[in-house]
Design a protein around this ligand. Structure first.
Ligand code: HEC
Ligand code: HEC
Length: 198
């Protein structure tokens, strides 16, 4: 009997599949080893428990890679990450980005000012939600704000407002509108709101 096309293709498929599975497992082990060096500050599996250190679990790979490259080149200001990022190749960074994306962003809850958070919610809806969707949980290209460490968010905002950290043009327009309407202080309630999202 003539072999069906599937019968002839099957061994090839199995071979290719097997090889790529092995290399995936190998890449996974490599990424895990690389990621171990980050755990001291970013917590096991990327969920931070130190106030000035952000959680990096679940970040989109594009945002993760952009952040590491910007730290490396000095485009994005940092206290320690420029030095750390310089130790990794583009391939290492891509592998770590994939690894951390699969980890859940843990939100054990942190202390925020409840009144501020309440006021911030409406402001966030008006000025931020268009890019930081689903209460800041969606981080495609923008990082995750929901449940992120409050002091870290505050440092980030200072960097943006002092133009040390580059903003997208559209993002800058929103920041400028908020500052014009309500003043820089209006960022505080918004950040308390995002930090408190569970
Ligand atoms: C010594 C502590 C420390 C270590 C080790 C460390 N980080 Fe960081 N990381 C920080 C701090 C602090 C920040 C905030 C920026 C800054 O001040 O440097 C940060 C920021 C980041 C961000 C930006 C997150 C965001 O939401 O924008 C990424 C991505 C990141 N780190 C990845 C890594 C990776 C990957 C490793 C391991 C290779 C690592 N970090 C190791 C302390 C650390
Ligand atoms: C038009 C889109 C847009 C709007 C509106 C916007 N952002 Fe962003 N936001 C971005 C982008 C893009 C980034 C990533 C910037 C980068 O690192 O290059 C970002 C990053 C951030 C970060 C840093 C996250 C991190 O992990 O370091 C904070 C904090 C932030 N935005 C706060 C806000 C607040 C508060 C508002 C509302 C007042 C707002 N954003 C409105 C696009 C936007």
């Amino acid at each position: 009997m003539k072999k069906s096309i599937f019968g002839r293709l099957l061994p090839v498929v199995v071979l290719v599949g097997g090889a790529s599975m092995a290399s995936t497992a190998w890449a996974q082990a490599g990424a895990e080893m690389l990621a171990n060096t980050c755990a001291g500050c970013h917590g096991p599996d990327g969920s931070s428990n130190g106030p000035a250190t952000p959680t990096i679990a679940s970040l989109s790979t594009d945002y993760f890679v952009m952040s590491m490259k910007d730290y490396k080149s000095g485009k994005r200001p940092s206290t320690v990450m420029a030095r750390i990022a310089k130790g990794y190749s583009d391939d290492d960074i891509a592998a770590m980005a994939k690894y951390f994306q699969t980890k859940p962003f843990q939100r054990p809850g942190q202390k925020v000012d409840a009144d501020k958070a309440k006021a911030g919610k409406a402001l966030a809806k008006k000025y931020c939600e268009s890019c930081h969707e689903d209460e800041g949980r969606v981080g495609e290209g923008v990082g995750v704000l929901a449940g992120q460490m409050l002091p870290y968010l505050q440092y980030s905002m200072v960097d943006f407002l002092s133009l040390k950290r580059e903003t997208e043009k559209r993002q800058k327009a929103k920041f400028d509108a908020l500052v014009k309407d309500l003043g820089e202080e209006a960022f505080q309630p918004i950040l308390h709101y995002y930090a408190g999202v569970k």
